[in-house]
Write a protein that binds this ligand. Sequence first.
Ligand SMILES: [Zn+2]
Ligand SMILES: [Zn+2]
Ligand SMILES: [Zn+2]
Ligand SMILES: [Zn+2]
Ligand SMILES: [Zn+2]
Ligand SMILES: [Zn+2]
Length: 248
Amino acid sequence: MAPIAVSTIHTLDHISGILKRDLLAVKDGSLGKIRGYCGSCHEPIKENETITYTQGVSYHQEHFVCSACTTSLSNCPYVMHNDKAMCEPCYSETVLPKCAKCSQAIKTEMVTISNLKFHPLCLVCAACETPLAGKGVYSEQAQNADGDRTGASEQQGERLLCQDCYEDRHLPKCVKCKKSIGGVGKVAQDYLTVGEDKFHVDCFCCYDCGAKFEKGAHKGPTGYYCKTHWAERSKAAIAAASAAGQPA
Ligand SMILES: [Zn+2]
Ligand SMILES: [Zn+2]
Ligand SMILES: [Zn+2]
Ligand SMILES: [Zn+2]
Ligand SMILES: [Zn+2]
Ligand SMILES: [Zn+2]
């Protein structure tokens, strides 16, 4: 008797079916000429039929097809996945992880950072595109609704940023020098809050002369001034206003 392909046994009905089939084959004399059973349709592969072997399983050549799209695999590259043959495009599409940056399948090297997978070269800052390999990587939640986002197709949820971009986007800014106050991994620098404005301690000085405010600061539309410069600016403003009010 030809060996029964173990993978085809599921139920008693199935087994008795196989026995009946083999008995018939014995009767008509074809049993000795069977080359095995097809891993796809489970029918015998007869002597004169073309056969494909892969991973110890034989197939009728026309039944050796991609388990996902049924393309014939006789003449194209394929991959075995969970004991099923798949054409390369289906394998890439349905099995391989996808890169969070370029959306393409990751076939070889992969970098995983906080649940996002990347080709090594695709791991770049989401804001400035600086490569992040070997650098500090900071994560933020991408916002959907507030107009901050440019590409609608950009992945939702988490975004990875370089340190500069992260600080730029998430730390309070000094109103004088416009730079971030504090920093990732640094002890937050001492800063001052004046009304709604925040300053580095050293930046809170007269915008004209740079003097520290010993006797209080004066806030104008363009900055903060010492007593002297506030007086000068007020005088100039009054002069300009009266010149505009009384054309020559
Ligand atoms: Zn078959
Ligand atoms: Zn396929
Ligand atoms: Zn990629
Ligand atoms: Zn960046
Ligand atoms: Zn500053
Ligand atoms: Zn001054």
